[in-house]
Design a protein around this ligand. Structure first.
Ligand code: ZN
Length: 238
């Protein structure tokens, strides 16, 4: 028997990448209505933004019941992020590991900003659930992706808006291999084909090379993570 549908409206932080696409499917399987929000901050991998509409369309087509629950998409212009951060994501600098163990694609507190802005939009749209793909497993160095950070933020948002705002992070304690397994449970090969064909993760925005895990340069940290996760998922399934 299918789980009963949660009557709340959820707003999914949806970048067009693999993780947020799995989060979108996770939300569509649960909530009566689901909207999406994306952030344009001059990221070098802008192709990711272009993937968003394609992924939404492909999901609606492949899963009509989900398509019926999928509502509006919102894109916020966050050009100001380039003004307040100097990183490889927003500037022409090589991606490298810093002394503190974080890749310099790290924008301090970026997810705090995203969630605060998403909460304002959610409030306006009558949504009371925020869904994000933050996780502690792969880059545990991102302090604004940690479970306690997000739990504290959930309390702050709910108090500050004087309205319940639940922050859901379905990927928090699973790795990339388990994320592939979750996509299989949620939508089988149809969903996995959408992830492979249409989502984007590569930091360099490379969509010329098609691998069995999707498109990307194959060598940047994001591609390596995606590649290794898929290999472990395959090995576990074999
Ligand atoms: Zn790459």
């Amino acid at each position: 028997m299918a789980d009963p549908i949660d009557p709340r409206t959820a707003l999914v932080l949806f970048s067009g990448g693999q993780d947020s696409t799995v989060c979108l499917a996770w939300a569509l399987a649960r909530y009566a209505r689901v909207e999406t929000i994306g952030f344009d901050y001059g990221q070098r991998h802008r192709v990711e933004l272009q993937c968003r509409g394609t992924v939404r369309g492909a999901i609606s087509q492949a899963f009509p019941a989900w398509g019926a629950r999928l509502g509006d998409d919102h894109v916020l212009d966050l050009g100001l992020l380039g003004q307040i951060s100097q990183t490889a994501l927003t500037e022409e600098r090589a991606i490298e590991m810093q002394a503190n163990g974080l890749p310099n694609t790290f924008v301090p507190g970026r997810n705090l900003l995203f969630l605060n802005l998403a909460a304002v939009v959610a409030y306006r749209r009558g949504a009371s659930v925020l869904v994000g793909g933050m996780c502690e497993t792969d880059y545990s160095g991102y302090p604004d992706c940690r479970d306690n950070t997000l739990k504290a933020l959930q309390v702050a948002l709910s108090l500050g808006l004087d309205a319940p705002m639940t922050v859901e992070t379905p990927l928090m304690f699973i790795d990339k291999a388990q994320t592939w397994a979750m996509s299989e449970q949620l939508g089988g090969t149809a969903l996995q084909d959408i992830i492979r064909e249409h989502t984007h993760t590569c930091y360099l925005g490379d969509r010329r090379q098609r691998h069995e895990w999707g498109y990307g340069c194959g060598t940047c940290p994001a591609c390596e993570l995606r590649q290794q996760g898929f290999a472990r998922y395959r090995a576990a399934a074999a």
